[in-house]
Structure formats: C-alpha cells, structure tokens
Design a protein. Structure first.
Length: 233
C-alpha cells in the first residue's frame, strides 16, 4: 500500500498510468532475474554469456540507447532553454553530452565499425589496445566507481522534489529499483577488487557489468523522457 501511494502521488506528473509506473519499477528486477536464470541453466548458459560479450546484443543495445538518449536530451535541453533557468538547461545539456560520450566509448569511437588502427602511443596506455578512455591504465577495472556515482546520484535526485530550485531535475520515484540494482552491483564489484569472493562470483560480476551498463542507458533515457513529459505538462 505504501508503494502504491507513492506511485499514485508521482505518476500523474509524468502523464503516465499507474500500470506503466509499476512496470517501470519492476522491469530491472525481471530483467535481472531472467538473465540470471539464463546463465544459471546449463543449456542456455553459453547463449547468456554470448549476449554479454563485447560487440554483442547487450553492448550494442547499450550503445544505441546512450546515443538516442543523448540526441533526445539535446533536443529537450534546447526546447526548455527559453522557459527554464540556465542551470536547468546546462544540466540537461551536459547530461546529454555524457550520454553521447558513453555511446562512443561503447563502440571505441567507431573502431568496431570502421576497423581503423589504434595509434601506437595509445596502444601503450590502453589495456585493450583500443581507442577508448575507460580502458586506459588506472581506469580499466575501476569503472564500478562511476556506476556507483550514477546510481547514488539517481537516488539523491529523487529527493530534489523537496527542493524548489532543483524540482525540474528530480528523478521519478519509480526509477528507484534501477538505481538500487546498479548500486548493489557496483559495491560488490568494488569489494571483489580487495576481497576474494567465492568461485565464479568474480566472473559473474564481471560479466554482469555489461548488463548494468544497459540498465544505466535505459534508466538515463527514461529519466529524460519522463522529465520532458512532466516539464511540458
């Protein structure tokens, strides 16, 4: 009842139904359980691991959602430029820019598609020999920190509703489950760097990182779409 009351008091702002709000809340849980089952069941394990490999469906879908989320965000930010404070515009503009940046990082800035060579000096400092920043020595293997920041920022954004100056930036409460899953995974991923976990857990955490990035791309896109509907309303 508490959850329903919270959703009811929130979803009308975004011009969506209670069923849609509830679906958004449950989607990351369902997806996580389904992917977990696919990997746990021996007959489907190879298929599940294939989905999570580089340049395969999960990562390509992440690229597409980051890219279109960024484009949508740019359009939205310029749409509200004349009716909202500059702080609001700059936040959505920078947020959208970051989504485009992440999209290009996902495909190694086009290297996967166009097969161009990585500059020699960049190969020496890039763990995977690609034209990416997140694989540079010192950053490679520590991306869980950035995932945690995204998830924690999303949780904090839910409380912006109580701050008049930040109300236009607030996060819909029905995105809470997305951020909780992202935060929990990033914490365990960070712990695994310093504490030896059970056999297979490190492998699972590593593989699920691609899925967590997909959740980030979807939740970021949803955040922009929902806030666009609310502000337009």
């Amino acid at each position: 009842m508490f959850l329903k009351n919270k959703l009811v008091s929130s979803y009308n702002d975004y011009k969506i139904s209670y069923k849609t709000a509830k679906s958004i809340l449950l989607i990351p849980i369902v997806l996580s359980l389904l992917l977990g089952l696919v990997i746990i069941i021996p007959s489907s394990r190879l298929f599940g691991l294939w989905l999570l490999e580089e340049n395969k469906p999960v990562e390509l879908l992440t690229f597409v959602l980051f890219l279109f989320g960024g484009i949508y965000g740019f359009k939205f930010s310029f749409k509200i430029l004349k009716i909202k404070e500059r702080l609001i515009f700059f936040f959505y503009f920078i947020f959208s820019f970051c989504l485009i940046f992440l999209a290009l990082e996902e495909i190694a800035w086009g290297q996967w598609f166009f097969s161009f060579e990585t500059p020699e000096y960049w190969q020496k400092i890039n763990v995977q020999g690609e034209t990416t920043l997140h694989n540079l020595k010192g950053i490679q293997g520590n991306s869980e920190i950035f995932r945690f920041i995204f998830g924690f920022g999303g949780i904090c954004g839910i409380f912006f509703k109580r701050l008049p100056n930040f109300d236009d930036l607030r996060v819909p409460i029905f995105l809470t489950t997305w951020f909780i899953i992202i935060i929990v995974h990033s914490i365990f991923d960070y712990i695994s760097d310093y504490i030896e976990l059970k056999d297979g857990m490190n492998f699972a955490l590593s593989k699920f990182s691609e899925f967590i990035e997909l959740l980030i791309s979807i939740s970021a896109f949803l955040y922009l779409i929902l806030n666009s509907r609310r502000i337009s309303n």
